[in-house]
Design a protein around this ligand. Structure first.
Ligand code: KG4
Ligand code: ZN
Length: 362
């Protein structure tokens, strides 16, 4: 039974600007997506092979009001119909977060609405709670996850395994000590001359490659749920250098011109296999230890088909992941978590005091 049946109807506007997406959405009662608008500055970053924080911040400034306006317009709601505003205040890029947080503060004050500060990484998980969508081309989950819920949060900034006993009651089991898995995808893609963002492009290139051609290492770490992807990334660099007969001081940005297509696709396939296996190995251990009712994946890398396939094959609990459009950054996940905060009576933040926290952890 959705929590909302026990509470008054809650409609929350979610605002997300932690990286390169300027996004706003309205969610009702933590399950019904009413409107969802995402503008991205991805094309402007693509030519630099990664996110340029100054470009992202400037683009948020230009887009935030039109995005919120369009979100309100598509919802056919008035400000008076809303019950609160939820905004990502961390983790993320400082300049980007500031635009969303300051806009949300101004709106909360001027429209007299409660304001909820949202942890971006926790927000990603809540995309899985959307079970109804009035927005075309988004397929919602068939049911809400059940607790205990084991979550794998994998994005350009995060690689975390978290066990949720209930809403807001969770333990961070492990995380990356260096690169996030999405970051490793982006860097390996750059080395292979594939466009940004790397994840989807590695996935496409890997389809034509041989996963067994090269053996790449999996990091062994003390914390059984911790990750490290910088060693794997360096192993790919060394492999590429030796494949083209160059020494280890040969610059990475010159490699893609020397690698042939089959070397590129084989490296992409081997990297994809090793990185995804690393994630699934740890999830298998966590499932045995915590016996979750539902396993969810969240974050941009949750769009990866190989990850979904391996998790399905090797784990036993019900596996859920959001529609691809809700895997990457969006306002819907922030609004959904905001709904649960409102429905479960979390104290709103003081809109005069909310500060960004770029290094916020779970
Ligand atoms: O969640 P997200 O949109 O932004 C962050 O919070 O980081 O995730 C973006 C990351 C990028 O690193 C991108 O390469 C990765 O998600 N990604 C993928 C795929 N689609 C996006 N990684 C692997 N496979 C994909 N299909
Ligand atoms: Zn994200």
């Amino acid at each position: 039974m959705p929590l909302s049946i026990l509470f008054n109807v809650m409609k929350i506007l979610g605002i997300e600007t932690s990286c390169d997406e300027t996004a706003a959405a309205i969610v009702e009662d933590g399950f019904k997506l009413i409107s969802n608008v995402v503008a991205t500055s991805m094309d402007e970053h693509a030519k630099y092979g990664g996110i340029v924080p100054e470009i992202a911040a400037r683009s948020h400034i230009e887009s935030i009001i039109p995005v919120i306006d369009q979100c309100m317009h598509e919802s056919q709601l008035d400000w008076a119909d809303l019950d609160g505003i939820a905004v990502t205040y961390g983790a993320g890029l400082g300049g980007s977060l500031l635009v969303g947080v300051e806009t949300a503060k101004a709106l909360a004050i001027s429209k007299n609405l409660p304001l909820y500060g949202i942890n971006h990484v926790e927000g990603h998980v809540y995309a899985n709670f959307i079970t109804e969508s009035l927005v075309g081309n988004i397929t919602p989950s068939d049911e809400q996850p059940k607790f205990p819920m084991l979550a794998l949060i994998v994005s350009g900034g995060h690689s975390q395994i978290v066990i949720f006993k209930n809403h807001f009651d969770y333990i961070l089991l492990g995380q990356t000590g260096d690169d996030a898995v999405g970051e490793a995808f982006d860097k390996v893609a750059k080395l292979l001359g594939l466009p940004y963002p790397g994840g989807p492009n590695i996935e496409i290139a890997a389809k034509d490659g041989d996963t067994e051609k090269y053996k790449l290492p999996k990091a062994r770490l003390e914390g059984k749920y911790d990750f490290s992807f910088s060693g794997l990334k360096t192993a790919v660099l060394r492999l590429a250098q030796s494949e083209v007969g160059k020494s280890f001081d040969f610059p990475s940005f010159e490699l893609s011109a020397l690698l042939n297509d089959s070397q590129k696709t084989d490296i992409a396939a081997s990297f994809l296999k090793t990185s995804i296996e690393t994630l699934v190995d740890k999830m298998e251990v966590a499932e045995k230890e915590f016996s979750p009712k539902t396993i969810v994946i969240a974050g941009g890398v949750a769009a990866n088909q190989e990850l979904r396939k391996q998790l399905k094959n090797r784990l036993h609990a019900k596996l859920q992941y959001p529609d691809i459009k809700l895997c990457t950054d969006n306002g819907a996940m922030i609004a959904t978590l905001g709904c649960f905060k409102a429905m479960l009576n979390s104290t709103p933040v003081d809109p005069y005091k909310l500060q960004i926290d770029p290094n916020l952890s779970m």
